[in-house]
Design a protein around this ligand. Structure first.
Ligand SMILES: Cc1cc2nc3c(=O)[nH]c(=O)nc-3n(C[C@H](O)[C@H](O)[C@H](O)COP(=O)(O)OP(=O)(O)OC[C@H]3O[C@@H](n4cnc5c(N)ncnc54)[C@H](O)[C@@H]3O)c2cc1C
Ligand code: FES
Length: 259
């Protein structure tokens, strides 16, 4: 795993509305960027507010070598993400990256990728890299309803794509972990990102069916660099820091997930 981290200012190339609560920020790739593994994240500066003076951790969503671009998929939450939504072409973003430990990239295996809601963010770059390494992918994406469904065309070029919505308004009806269990096959590996309840169910399924599973946690972070210890995750090896020992963890090392 690469350990070099850079702090730089990147130019905004595009800021694209995806649906009512998500947008995608396209930035120019820095010339001196160290190699990035899917699952790693960046800390992006946003102006301090009365509520927070912290940078915002965001997963690397996609890297286009052809266009020399790095992308972030962002869900509108509070002041920080609202600020990022206002950025326009040619504005600059102060960014620290790449941070943390990403997903494993095997070769020529049968893999399942599972995401709920904005958990799709790190899985597009992951799909791209896994596909490049000759793996066979099945991708399971769960959303609340058809209005929230996103990125179908982007994901479907990497393998079989199954969409589920809680209300059945698009794709299969039900939560994505139940839909996944219905399709469960001889997978070598499960990769996932999404709400804690979804990740908890996958921990259970991976144990039940004895499939290796890596999940990306969105633990609250402050420094993002391993110094403040505010992102502690209880594991069988003791407390670990999500920002440097994760955010990707092997589920066999985890005890339970905190909401
Ligand atoms: C490793 C990692 C990767 C992430 N990747 C993405 C992504 O790709 N897309 C996306 O939309 N969101 C992602 N998140 C969640 C995102 O960081 C929060 O939604 C965001 O910080 C909210 O900021 P806000 O100011 O809009 O909201 P507020 O709720 O007002 O947040 C105030 C501050 O609290 C902290 N904070 C709040 N929620 C979170 C959270 N869930 N995780 C960490 N810090 C938080 C931030 O420092 C933020 O500045 C990720 C979180 C982590 C830890
Ligand atoms: S956020 Fe400071 S140690 Fe992880």
């Amino acid at each position: 795993m690469n350990n070099k981290i850079i702090r730089t200012k990147l130019k905004v190339v595009n800021n694209e509305q995806i649906n009512s609560s998500h947008f995608r920020l396209y930035l120019t790739m820095p010339d001196d960027c160290p190699p990035i593994t899917p699952g790693q994240f960046a800390e992006i500066y946003v102006p301090p507010t009365l509520n927070s003076f912290l940078r915002i951790p965001l997963s690397i969503h996609f890297i286009s070598d052809k266009k020399n671009e790095i992308q972030f998929l962002i869900q509108l939450k509070g002041e920080g993400t609202k600020y990022l939504k206002t950025l326009k072409k040619n504005d600059f973003v102060d960014i620290i990256m790449p941070l943390g430990k990403g997903f494993s990239i095997p070769r020529q295996r049968k893999l399942a990728l599972i995401a709920g809601g904005c958990g799709v963010a790190p899985l597009l770059f992951l799909s791209d890299k896994l596909y490049e390494h000759g793996n066979e992918l099945e991708i399971y994406l769960g959303f609340r309803n058809h209005n929230q469904v996103m990125l179908i065309n982007e994901f479907k070029k990497y393998g079989k794509l199954v969409i589920a919505t809680d209300d059945g308004s698009m794709g299969e009806k039900g939560v994505i972990t139940q839909v996944f269990e219905r399709h469960l096959d001889d997978f070598d590996f499960i990769y996932a990102c999404g709400p804690t309840s979804m990740l908890q169910s996958l921990m259970y399924l991976s144990e039940k069916y004895n499939i290796k599973c890596e999940i990306s946690l969105e633990t609250l972070m402050a420094c993002g660099l391993g110094a403040c210890l505010c992102c502690a995750v209880p594991t069988k090896k003791g407390n670990m820091r999500a920002c440097v020992d994760g955010p990707v963890f092997d589920t066999k090392d985890l005890i339970e997930l905190n909401e």
